[in-house]
Design a protein around this ligand. Sequence first.
Ligand code: ADP
Ligand code: MG
Length: 704
Amino acid sequence: MELAHRDITYCKNVGAKRADILRNELGVRTAMDLVRQYPYKYIDRSRFYRIAELDDEDTYVQIIGEVTEWHTVGIGKAQRLSATFFDGTHQCELVWFRGVQYVKLQRGVKYLLFGKPSRFNHTYNFVHPELTPWDKVTPEMTQGLEPYYNTTEKMKRINLNSKAMRGIIADLMPEVRMGVPDTMGADILQRYRLMSLTEALLNVHFPRDMQTMQNARARLKFEELFYIQLQILRQMKRREMNAGFRMPLVGQRFHALYKCLPFDLTNAQKRVIHEIHDDLKSGKQMNRLLQGDVGSGKTLVALLCCLLAVDNGFQTCIMAPTEILANQHYETLRHFLAPLGNSVNVGLLTGSTTKKQREPLHEGLRNGEINILVGTHALLEDEVQWRNLGLVIIDEQHRFGVAQRAKLWTKSRKDNSSSAVDAPHILVMTATPIPRTLAMTLYGDLSVSIIDELPPGRKPVQTVHYQLSRRAQVYSFVRKQIEQGRQVYVVFPLIKENEKLDLQDLQNGFNELCEAFPEYRISMVHGQMKAADKDLQMQRFISGQTQILVATTVIEVGVNVPNASVMIIQNAERFGLSQLHQLRGRVGRGADQSYCLLLTRTELTKDTRKRMDIMVATNDGFRIAEADLQLRGPGDLEGTQQSGLPFDLHIANLATDGQLLTLARQAAMEILDADPLLEDERNRIYKRQLDILRIETHNWGDIS
Ligand code: ADP
Ligand code: MG
């Protein structure tokens, strides 16, 4: 029976019990699934080391030699066996803590030692090494690259360790060698110089040599990325067939606002407004991602786009992830629109909007009097019915679930059921710069606009890394800034598992600041407060009544207080890079020099130190995002799951496989350009494989 159809239960050395565990732990069902479990690393067993050559503690090595002396200490469970291993010129130590009774050592016997050395004083130690008498060493054991497989605790408990997996998979190789049906067409294999699936599977597990292993992996990575791109791009092609509301006019309100802006738009702002307008008048539904670093002026772009739609007779909405942000957008819009009098009607709908306030709002939305509705998730409530919603703008998209977006979309579809076109244009705005590879994968079905320029006159934020012990210095700096009329943020980490402790930290921090700055007023906000209290505290800071705002990351996105010039991040080691960058973006919004102080404890891990160094070195969000991806990337070799993807990557790695991704996308695009619905006979292989894989991707504009 074909590998793809054979239940793992009937594979050699598997059986019912192991099959159960494999299904539950790895989702492996068929013999082919087993063959598709790729090694996460390889150890070169063709190379023999001398003890004198050892210098790297992290890699496995093998050495030929004898055991010259050994002794046990302790009794029973606490027993420990130490032995001295001699390779003819140097010695090292072998240690066993477990299963000591099973270790049988003999003097005068040649052994093959295999294990991972660690240095202790001046000698190397091997803990629980594999020690095989030389006459038991088979040629296969020392041949080429030995594959290592991921296993779980439950698997190990029934002895399904990497070695057992290797054995099970090795037993399937003769069948693979007879040939497995390929999942990629011959033309693509040829054009992109890829191995056949058969060759790739043989060599990913038991590679002939390093180069062949890499070629095998490249083929499998290409395939993985190709199918994800094919799925994403197919979605995009389908959606491109959607008609969209036509908004050709650049009308009065747009011009009126444009004329009375207190500053010129940056070139980048102008460019993206053009890109968006091109979509709005195209007759196709827009699905666009607007990327722009914090402070790049996305809100104004959003407003101008709303006016484009309003001038064409449509309603629009701007959805923000938090109430604070929704309020702020509302205020910003009203401020900008003030000179236009009542020609634009803006509404605000959040969780705190009272029932009484809602009635006229609902009415205004139904009869079309409200042109722009700003709000939170409350926009998605069933009672919110539109007359003609034409443009949806979603700010800081990563805060929303996909399901919610879909809901908004359905709503307009239902409400415009009489109309020929039914999908509103969608603009997703994010301040989180996304590495190119991640963008292609997460938002691969969206058009992308980038605001890559800050308004003129902004001074880059200066970032300094301090140890917590230097608090006195930090305080005196803060005092000087406040004396100059500035305001200060102090942010504390808040991590869910530890919420109570964190709130305690926050409270302590607040008390400490109150003691240190008795002459100033201090606000505090955190996620556990009632929305009304939170808003009150925020408002006090925004209006300048308080000089210091102590907060958790609730202020992370969007908050705009240009007079605040200092951002202090407590326990900065507990924040990820993109979060630190977001927080830093809260300052540097006014004309004054701003500062970001990263406070950490003294002992730092290598990774934390790198994070701090990157923050100090650059303000460039894209560089930070790339560094973030690299740092969070794979631990051992690759295939580690990247957080935030709707699907698992088994072999490809977005941090390092950018080039392959570009090629895979290109290949997928070529196929779909010629055959958008994959109806062609020669593309059946792809359609079939997509059905088998069922890749889940974010679908930004459609409901699925
Ligand atoms: P973002 O949402 O992209 O982080 P905002 O829209 O909050 O940024 O804009 C930050 C600040 O810059 C706001 O005070 C805004 O009024 C101002 N701003 C926007 N565009 C310009 C411009 N072209 N020139 C000067 N200031 C601008
Ligand atoms: Mg913003």
